[in-house]
Design a protein around this ligand. Structure first.
Ligand code: ADP
Ligand code: MG
Length: 621
């Protein structure tokens, strides 16, 4: 076969350009990336060999070697892992499938330069070798196949693939170091980098020289006692296992013995990973059986609402030859899942108590995902509710439901909330006015999932959840601070008969566009607002479903009017003389205005504009 010349996918070219031209510091991490790949490759082969032992035959003592040739100025890294065939090379080293990398490119392009922070956030994998090397050769042979391949590139748009020879399966990467990168040809430097970044790798990393030297401790970190592991080591392992570059916010390392035995080393990331809201809702825990990697693609190991947890679980109670399919309904795994869930929720509870500020950051990152648990995990619904935090009309801080309940007013027996996507818009909702005036706290529900768990849970500590954009939210029972109930009734409202008359006139004008027109005490500054009837679907949910192209029942809203608003009072006076064009226009204009405030569109813009013009004109004369 003759040489094949291929072009990198456009994204790879961009990435390579950034890597070679803009990354100046922290170049040493290229070695961490290459070792991490080599270790993954060995894990993969170890796993595949469980079902087909011939795959690693003759070469199953997994190890990674480093070798320096000072004359040729090369650093060579070899592993005896799974290797790659021709197509693997094209797919893995010519394209990018990772969302993180895409985000890295965008961020780097936006800032005009890629700095250490960026690389810290994203990591650039195999391509980071071009930070230090002017040419990279990859000789690789896939386990179970006879042909080996040589991949070569100078990291500039193109690469070549040739047939090659390699004694056995695995991958050898030779870096032709750039002139100014001689430091990576020094034993001392290499030793230092490996202990800093890769000590936790559980297969030996060996420096080949006059004699062989082991550079890492090569024990699976989770099998060691936590007292013997430094925070730095935990952090490096987290980076490796989670493919992450931030600091873990929480580390949970423990060994469980009892009916079943397992060890978990779990991390909660300090920042929000990119793939949190993909439809697959995949978790990323790695499952091991007696230190042998089984899979990182098992839905049964932790609930989906805890999918932000990273790390490993290792149990000797699962059969080694367990297939991924067999994991579906495995009772041992089910117990592990329950155990891990309890552990994570328990640790979160402790954190919330001890470090409210840190917990708030956690909640900002993962709260929307955690709330799925309230809806999905009936067995832990109480715990999930207790862990939930909300923004409220009480101020900018996050509040728990427990704290909300402790602040409830005399006569208040419901938990009031308002839902919508945009927190700032919610804060300005007219429906809030009456609650604010009475000092009644309202929770802001800004996550789409809120629309689902709230009806499902219905109450907390026997207090019902009540949307303030629904008809049933009743403020009249609640006393304003320092006032007794009767005197709190609006002194300067329009008279009740007059208001009823105006409501009837409005309803006659608006017809089926509204279900009802009625007076309300939930407004102070605004003249009108829209609410849904108590039995209808919440208006925010209606909007959400419509946005997703789903059909929703056509429930007309209720138009509520504020009897103490001066405009309403004037209209009440006017309506004493029967209906008129002014009443007609006002009814339409006020309904349209209420729609606009809700973020809805006005159905007849032209009519709206005409009425508005005429109203303004009248105001001017
Ligand atoms: P990542 O490791 O995050 O997937 P990389 O850029 O580091 O991204 O590597 C890209 C892919 O190339 C890997 O997913 C793997 O499939 C393949 N690869 C890289 N190095 C090796 C290796 N030493 N042995 C086998 N496959 C490898
Ligand atoms: Mg990698």
């Amino acid at each position: 076969m003759t040489e094949e010349k291929l072009s990198f996918q456009a994204e790879v070219s961009k990435l390579l350009h950034i890597v070679t031209h803009s990354l100046y510091s922290n170049k040493e991490i290229f070695l961490r990336e290459l070792i991490s790949n080599a270790s993954d490759a060995c894990d993969k082969l170890r796993y595949e060999s469980q079902t087909d032992s011939s795959l690693s035959e003759g070469d199953s003592d997994f190890r990674i070697t480093l070798k320096v040739d000072k004359d040729a100025k090369t650093l060579t890294l070899a592993d005896n892992g799974i290797g790659m065939n021709h197509d693997d090379l094209i797919n893995n080293l010519g394209t990018i499938a990772k969302s993180g990398t895409e985000a890295f490119i965008k961020a780097a392009e936006a800032s005009g330069k890629a700095d250490v922070n960026l690389i810290g956030q994203f990591g650039v994998g195999f391509y980071s070798s071009f930070m230090v090397a002017e040419k990279v050769e990859v000789t690789t042979r896939k386990a179970g196949e006879d042909t080996a391949w040589l991949w070569t590139s100078a990291g500039e748009g193109e690469y070549t693939i040739n047939e090659a020879t390699r004694d056995s399966h695995g991958t050898t990467i030779t870096l032709y170091m750039r002139e100014d990168q001689g430091e990576y040809l020094e034993d001392m430097r290499l030793r230092n980098i490996v202990t800093t970044y890769s000590d936790h790798i559980d297969i030996p990393i060996v420096l080949l020289g006059e004699k062989e030297e082991n550079l890492n401790s090569a024990s699976a970190i989770w099998t060691r006692q936590s007292k013997d592991i430094s925070e730095e080591q935990y952090k490096e392992f987290y980076h490796h296992v989670a493919h992450a570059f931030d600091d873990p916010w929480l580390t949970m390392h423990n060994h469980v013995e009892g009916v079943i035995e397992y060890t978990n080393l779990l991390f909660i990331p300090g920042t929000r990973p990119f793939d949190l809201f993909t439809p697959e809702r995949k978790n990323h825990l790695k499952l091991y059986v007696n230190r042998i990697f089984i899979t990182d693609d098992c839905d049964e190991v932790i609930p989906q609402y805890l999918r932000f947890v990273r790390g490993v679980v290792d149990s000797g109670d699962l059969p080694l030859n367990v297939s991924r399919e067999m994991l579906q309904h495995n009772p041992v795994l089910a117990k592990i899942k329950t155990g891990l869930t309890k552990k994570v929720l328990g640790e979160l509870k402790k954190k919330a108590k001890k470090d409210a500020e840190g917990y708030a950051t956690f909640w900002e990152n993962f709260g929307a995902v955690m709330k799925e648990g309230i809806y999905e995990d009936f067995a832990h619904q109480k715990e999930c509710l207790a862990l939930a935090r909300f923004k409220s009309s009480n101020g900018d801080a996050w509040t728990s439901l427990e704290d909300y309940v402790s602040r409830m007013k005399e006569g208040q027996d419901e938990i009031f909330y308002i839902s919508g996507e945009n927190l700032d818009a919610l804060k300005r909702s007219p429906q809030l006015e009456g609650f604010k005036a009475k000092g009644v706290e309202v929770l802001f529900m800004t996550d789409p999932i809120d629309e689902f768990w709230i009806p499902n849970v219905a109450q907390f500590e026997e207090k019902k959840f009540q949307s303030i954009t629904k008809g049933g939210a009743d403020l009249s029972k609640i006393k304003k601070d320092g006032e007794d109930k009767d005197s709190a009734d609006k002194e300067d409202s329009a008279d009740k008969d007059g208001v009823d008359r105006l409501c009837a006139a409005f309803k006659a004008v608006l017809g089926d566009d509204v279900q009802e027109v009625r007076s309300t005490d939930r407004l102070t500054d605004s003249a009108v607002c829209l609410v849904a009837s108590e039995t209808a679907m919440d208006r925010n949910l209606q909007r959400m479903l419509k946005q997703h192209g789903q059909s929703v029942p056509d429930d007309a809203p209720i138009l509520e009017i504020n009897p103490s608003h001066s405009l309403v009072k004037k209209l009440v006076d006017l309506s004493a003389d029967g209906t008129s064009q002014t009443i007609d226009d006002a009814a339409h204009l006020l309904l349209d205005q209420a729609r606009i405030i809700e973020g809805e569109t006005v159905p007849d813009m032209t009519a709206f504009a005409k009425r508005m013009t005429s109203a303004m004109e009248k105001g001017l004369v």
